[in-house]
Design a binder for this molecule. Structure first.
Ligand code: NAI
Ligand code: COI
Ligand code: MG
Length: 368
């Protein structure tokens, strides 16, 4: 049994707390069945933290996140906070967390469960069996580059500025994660950028090419422009194994990949940093979706991306492979036989709520 792991839960805003409630039921199951014992704490983040403390991430919450063995996050943002100053928006809290935890490699697996091949927006044959891994650089690129801001020009016009910046080291470290993952999969990495129009993209391509030659000669490397990659994901997604890309392109391409699997509500993620002196790797886990204001409070959000993020946490931070497998298998069984939340609604299947999806999942887990 895995004992005394410190886990910080940060549910956030909108559907974040709703889906986190279902992940907590899975945590309870793990503890009740003596598979693990956790010291669980919870902290506000995003809009909820702005309402309580005036900032999207307090120093105390950040300190707890840094001290935890892993962080499970929900989602942040919503129209209520759209007018707060830009640097303290809910989303700034999330970016600060990722950056302060130095979690640079965001693993976004897009897997199609057999029962959901028909829920994809593509024809079932194009997606059945799909299993791709998008590795998104998560603490660099245009979301963090300087200079940035909105300035007023002498003629009264305004100018909005963001800057794409990548250094050799930033590209190498995320590239290594992608190559290493590929070795455990189909041994193929597709590196995605816009080397045709952006110097940061050209450097990305050069660094990836050199990295492959020097450290990963056994792994196949291809390069693709990001716009073509979006098209290829919609045309023939099974051509990909591991995709490695920067922060902005990874954000966009993973939302597209989510729809191949049936819903944004299904895609989990793990964001990992480098091993520290004590051998610990910081791990931050979150669904790829946002706070979904259009459905928040209605009890209809799909909780499976959050639950699958918990499974990734067990797998990557606590080496609890069997328990992670058990949760993923239970999700698969639920999708094969239970009702569906509205985002993956299917003819002949009852439409169920977030908590009913949680009930079905817990019933499957208890049956093990
Ligand atoms: N990691 C995070 O916390 C993220 C936060 N955001 C924030 O969330 C807010 C809303 O952003 P949107 O662009 O609307 O993206 P979103 O991901 O929140 O929602 C996009 C669409 O997907 C649906 N959806 C998302 N998750 C779902 C789930 N679990 N079950 C069923 N349907 C689901 C929503 O109902 C909506 O129609 C904004 O404030 C945005 O900044 C957006 C993306 C990520
Ligand atoms: C705050 C945003 C960068 C969140 C987002 O869309 C994401 O990480 O996927
Ligand atoms: Mg996103």
């Amino acid at each position: 049994m895995i004992a005394n792991k410190n886990l910080l839960l940060m549910p956030g805003d909108g559907i974040g707390p709703e889906v986190m409630t279902q992940a907590k039921r899975v945590l309870n199951w793990l503890q009740e069945t003596k598979r693990a014992s956790f010291n669980i704490e919870e902290e506000l983040v995003g809009g909820a933290s702005i309402d309580a403390h005036g900032v999207p991430l307090t120093d105390a919450a950040l300190a707890k996140a840094k001290a935890a063995d892993a962080v499970l996050f929900g989602s942040v943002g919503g129209p209520k906070w759209d007018k707060v100053p830009f640097n303290i928006r809910p989303e700034a809290g999330l970016l600060k967390l990722r950056s302060e935890l130095q979690v640079f490699a965001n693993l976004r697996p897009a897997k199609v469960f057999d029962a959901l091949a028909a829920a994809s927006s593509l024809k079932p044959d194009l997606v059945r069996g799909l299993d791709i891994m998008i590795v998104r650089e998560c603490i660099g690129g245009i979301y963090f580059g300087e200079p940035r801001g909105i300035e007023t020009l002498p003629n009264g016009e305004q100018k909005g500025v963001n800057t794409e910046v990548y250094t050799t080291h930033e590209i190498q470290r995320v590239g290594r994660v992608a190559f290493e993952l590929a070795r455990k999969r189909q041994n193929r990495v597709c590196s995605v950028e816009k080397a045709n129009v952006m110097e940061a993209g050209l450097l990305w391509r050069q660094v990836m090419t050199k990295l492959k030659a020097e450290e990963f000669p056994d792994v196949e490397l291809s390069h693709m422009y990001a716009d073509n990659c979006a098209m290829q994901l919609a045309k023939n997604p099974k051509q990909f194994d591991v995709i490695v890309t920067g922060n902005l392109f990874g954000d966009i391409l993973s939302d597209l990949a989510a729809m191949l699997t049936g819903s944004l509500g299904l895609l989990p993620s793990a964001t990992l940093g480098a091993k520290d002196a004590s051998g610990r790797i910081p791990g931050f886990y979150e669904p790829i979706h946002g706070s979904a204001p259009d459905i928040a409070g209605k009890g209809v959000a799909n909780p499976l991306a959050e639950v699958l993020s918990l499974a990734m946490l067990l797998r990557y931070s606590f080496d609890m492979q069997e328990d992670a497998d058990a949760i993923e298998a239970a999700v698969e069984r639920v999708l094969a036989k239970a009702g569906r939340t509205p985002d993956i609604k299917a003819e002949g299947r009852p439409t169920i709520s977030t908590s009913e999806m949680g009930d079905a999942l817990i019933a499957e887990l208890r049956a093990i």
